[in-house]
Design a protein around this ligand. Structure first.
Ligand SMILES: *Cc1c(COP(=O)(O)O)cnc(C)c1O
Length: 222
């Protein structure tokens, strides 16, 4: 199947309220252009160096999303152009993104990464930490970021009940923060980023508004 055919197939499965981020990491510019030529504009990458090289070479109306873990010392390279950063996992990172966005006269959209999988990982807030972060006075000061919602990754497992449970838990948290964030100027909660190639249909059922799909569009990665 061609990239364009894969893209159409995935898009047909998504309700119009769900945004598709085509995850192009490790794939060449030609692959991205193929999707671009069929009208797609939102692409996701997980490495800063790869993202900046692609953004430089490819059409300027592409909306780039950084979906992976981001080190603070690399924020400056993507701040001039990145649309959304999906994996904000500390107040220090949020502050750095805010600082670099301000230097570029921009507002950068951010999602709070929450650790929902049973697997051990270093990255992401737990629910209590995320709640504290969203309620903090420090966050309110960051005028050059806009917190659009939350992002999570389910456990990598064939157990669909478990995946569904994890996504449903994240959706509940997202809903629970709607009211609290309503009066915070730089919070605009409308994005629940969950679902990848193997689990995006489950994620949508659980209430996802943004899926990050790579291999189902571009083929498997090495
Ligand atoms: C690679 C990646 C994806 C896409 O993975 P696929 O299984 O290829 O769809 C989504 N989200 C994040 C954070 C990723 O790193």
């Amino acid at each position: 199947m061609s990239i364009q055919a894969n893209l159409q197939r995935v898009k047909k499965q998504l309700p119009s309220s769900v945004t598709l981020v085509a995850v192009s990491k490790t794939k060449p510019n030609e692959a991205i252009l193929e999707a671009y030529e069929s009208g797609h504009r939102i692409f996701g990458e997980n490495k800063v160096q790869e993202l900046t090289a692609k953004a430089e070479a490819l059409p300027k109306d592409i909306e780039w999303h950084l979906i992976g873990h981001l080190q603070r010392n690399k924020v400056k390279y993507i701040a001039p152009f990145v649309t959304m950063i999906h994996a904000v996992d500390s107040i220090r990172l949020a502050k750095e993104i805010n600082k670099r966005a301000e230097q570029n006269n921009r507002v950068i959209q951010c999602l709070i990464q929450i650790h929902i999988a049973e697997e051990d990982t270093k990255f992401g807030f737990d629910f209590n930490e995320a709640k504290d972060f969203l309620a903090s006075e420090e966050l309110k000061e960051l005028k050059n970021i806009e917190v659009k919602g939350v992002m999570g990754m389910a456990t990598f497992t064939k157990n669909e009940e478990q995946v569904k449970r994890e996504f449903t838990t994240l959706k509940s948290f997202y809903d629970s923060q709607q009211e609290i964030t309503q009066n915070i100027e730089n919070c605009q909660f409308d994005t629940l980023s969950m679902g990848m190639s193997g689990d995006y249909l489950i994620a949508i059922e659980a209430g996802s508004t943004m899926v990050r799909v790579g291999s189902a569009i571009f083929g498997s990665r090495n």
